[in-house]
Ligand binder design. Structure first.
Ligand code: GLN
Length: 452
């Protein structure tokens, strides 16, 4: 009830939730009380969470931040949210996001932008973005409207908003969590993960979310370790790599010095710091912005006004499709569909899409080689702190640059975590990122605990 009251009070200002579902929350909370009375609580019994509005929730509207799904009530539950319900969680509502998870600022949501609860010192009037695409999830946790949140990350959408809002978030290894029932953006990159106040809270949530699911052909059958226990592991003797290609020209001094501070904390905890090279890093951004729109253009072909969501009537079937998609999709989604269909079209496919897949393999190989020398990698989470809601809106490429440190993990399929590590000169939170070997989230958690 306390979280619902806080959410109802603050949501008109920060717009972290597209839908608040008090009836659902209170009935789940009553069930949690009853389970506790019977001493049958699970790991999350009674824990109030915000669920990114990209996860299908049975009987609760799921919009993906798009007009085209504005009336869509899924008849089934995503595997990740079903796992959380099994363990007793309470769902407060559906968190705001960039339309179809395409964006880095939550400004492309058809339901209005979400706002970062943090303010620049001396500029309290300026509304800042919470990051994206999981901006509502991060803002809800940062504003203390929820104890944790579900999010997804295709190119940084868990880690960048976590960093912008001063909270923790992990994108696990591709395949760790089932994608069943999550509205698809780019299927070879999408992963679910938690955002929470602490590294340990993320560990508890991820344990509940993860696991094999026969309904997702890419979900892994590996056993899910006790991530909470791994938070307590010593990092003495652990080799941590610092990739020289991430020292970008023009990286703000406060980000560079935060990175140095992180290196010092890990050394103090007994880790060995090694310089490493990930030579194909500079190709990651253009590779991602070919692969992701290509997959998106294919995944979004299903929204035709016939099978799902909002329909615009037309003269004939083709006209119905065109009107529905023109009215249903916002400008950023239309831009991605255009890029995606272009790079997949006959005559351009080899030059763009096939080339991007080849470069993706090289980026993955860089990491495979690095794991021979180091056990984890430390980088900044973002190249800047949260920016103003009206900045970068007319420059898609400047917006895409936000993802420069995060997208390599999606292209390589490896786990990555953002942890709050400091503040900039205006008092805004800054995060560091820890990357790990495939299916070695345990080491990522252990390192992250020494940063937060
Ligand atoms: N900002 C990136 C994009 O717009 C990543 C989004 C995401 O991870 N879902 O594609």
């Amino acid at each position: 009830q306390a979280h619902l009251t806080a959410a109802e009070t603050l949501n008109p200002r920060i717009n972290a939730f597209i839908s608040l579902t008090p009836e659902v929350a209170l009935s789940q909370a009553r069930a949690a009380d009853a389970a506790l009375a019977r001493q049958e609580g699970g790991s999350l019994t009674g824990i109030p969470l915000a669920i990114k509005d990209l996860f299908c929730t049975a009987g609760t509207r799921t919009t993906a931040g798009s007009r085209i799904l504005g009336n869509f009530v899924p008849p089934y539950e995503s595997t990740v949210t079903a796992n959380l319900l099994r363990d007793g969680a309470v769902f407060l509502g559906k968190a705001n996001l960039d339309e179809f998870a395409m964006g880095s600022s939550n400004t492309s949501s058809a339901f209005g932008a979400a706002e970062n609860p943090w303010k620049r010192r001396g500029e309290e009037g300026t509304a800042l973005v919470p990051g994206g695409s999981s901006g509502g999830s991060a803002a809800a946790v940062a504003a203390r409207l929820a104890l944790g949140a579900m999010a997804t990350d295709t190119g940084g959408s868990i880690r960048q908003p976590a960093a912008f809002c001063g909270v923790a978030g992990i994108k696990p290894t591709y395949g760790r969590c089932s994608r069943f029932g999550i509205v698809a953006y780019a299927s070879s990159l999408d992963q679910a993960g938690p955002i929470a106040r602490t590294v340990e809270d993320c560990a508890i949530l991820l344990k509940s979310m993860a696991g094999f699911d026969p309904r997702d052909a890419t979900s892994s059958a590996r056993e899910v370790p006790d991530f909470q226990a791994s938070c307590e592991r010593s990092i003495k003797g652990l080799r941590v790599g610092i990739p020289r290609e991430y020292r970008l020209d023009g990286l703000p001094a406060e980000i560079a010095s935060l990175w140095e501070a992180g290196i010092a904390w890990l050394k103090e905890a007994g880790a060995e710091i090694r310089d490493i090279s990930l030579p194909h890093t500079r190709h990651a951004l253009p590779t991602y912005y070919i692969v992701a729109p290509a997959e998106a253009s294919s995944n979004l072909a299903r929204y035709d006004g016939v099978r799902y969501g909002v329909r615009q009537d037309g003269e004939d079937l083709k006209d119905l499709y065109e009107r529905t998609r023109a009215a249903g999709f916002g400008p950023e989604v239309q831009r991605r569909i255009l890029i995606g269909t272009y790079v997949l079209s006959a005559g351009y496919y080899d030059a763009y899409y096939v080339k991007a897949q080849q470069v993706r393999a090289l980026i993955k190989r860089d990491f495979d080689q690095a794991w021979g020398k180091v056990d984890a990698i430390l980088t900044p989470a973002t190249p800047s702190a949260a920016f103003g809601q009206d900045e970068k809106q007319d420059d898609p490429v400047a917006m895409y640059l936000n993802d420069v440190f995060t997208i390599t993990a999606n292209l390589a399929g490896i786990p990555g975590m953002a942890v709050p590590a400091g503040q900039d000169a205006k008092g805004l939170p800054l995060g560091l990122q820890i990357l790990g070997r495939p299916f070695d989230e345990e080491t990522v958690f252990a390192v992250a605990r020494n940063i937060e």
